[in-house]
Design a protein around this ligand. Structure first.
Ligand code: ADP
Ligand code: MG
Length: 240
């Protein structure tokens, strides 16, 4: 579903991604782990062109999104993204947050979008919050709304950038449960996370990044129990 070839990203002189090649299959759940500053967010942001790659190709469902004439809006419809800090619209209710994009892009009528939003709110366990404003929600609830909002576009692929890092510990489980549910339903997912237990349980594959490279990419049991590379071992010895 995603084919990344020799992806480079520089910010000025700072080479952040130094040649990443990865294939991600349809339905695959891939966790990306690694030290702070290793390029994980930049990698994710390149996949939906929130950052423009400096070099290399990215194909999604056979479309070369790094081509000069590629349609970014079409891409964004196929690729949902969830950020650490939720990014909800504060002056809109939960249901307005969820229905805004599908209605304004004319993908659904307002009635269709509302039906869909109520379904999604049920899926993330927040049916009673449709008319609430974000400020009245806990962090965990906000993040589940953000997930519902991304799903409202019926994406083929979901990207998560440390979705639980800003949450109080007691909120983390509910968000991870929603993500696990999504994984079990067959969603293709790329998840930057520090939740090693979750990465181990839910992922088909774990990518360890360091210094702008993919150092190691293996099924979770292999990566966590028998890391091949010294850098992976050193990182895991600090976080496990
Ligand atoms: P990670 O998510 O693994 O912590 P990032 O991808 O956020 O790493 O950042 C990797 C490096 O890229 C850091 O040195 C960071 O300062 C730099 N960087 C990220 N985004 C930008 C940007 N928009 N402009 C300049 N430098 C950036
Ligand atoms: Mg990051």
């Amino acid at each position: 579903m995603i084919k990344i070839t020799n992806l480079h990203k520089n910010f000025g002189d700072n080479q952040v991604l130094k040649g990443i090649s990865e294939h991600i299959r349809q339905g695959e759940v891939v966790s990306v782990i690694g030290p702070s500053g290793s390029g994980k967010s930049t990698f994710l942001r390149c996949i939906n062109l929130l950052e423009q790659p400096s070099q290399g190709d990215i194909e999604i469902e056979g479309q070369l999104i790094t081509a000069p004439n590629a349609c970014v809006d079409k891409l964004r419809q196929k690729v949902g993204m969830v950020f650490q800090n939720f990014n909800l619209f504060p002056h809109k209710t939960v249901i307005q947050n969820i229905t805004l994009a599908p209605i304004s892009l004319k993908l659904m009528t307002p009635a269709q979008a509302e039906t869909k939003a109520l379904d999604l709110l049920a899926q993330v366990g927040l049916s009673d919050k449709a008319n609430a404003y974000p400020a009245s929600l806990s962090g965990g609830q906000k993040q589940r709304v953000a997930i519902a909002r991304a799903l409202a576009m019926e994406p083929d692929l979901m990207l998560f950038d440390e979705p639980t890092s800003a949450l109080d510990p007691e909120m983390v489980g509910d968000v991870l449960d929603v993500m696990k549910d999504l994984a079990l339903k067959g969603m293709t997912m790329v998840i930057v996370t520090h939740e090693m237990g979750f990465a181990r349980d839910v992922s088909d594959r774990v990518i360890f990044m360091d210094g702008g490279y993919v150092v190691e990419s293996s099924p979770p049991d292999e990566l966590f129990s028998h890391p091949k590379e010294a850098r992976t071992q050193a990182f895991l010895s600090k976080v496990l």
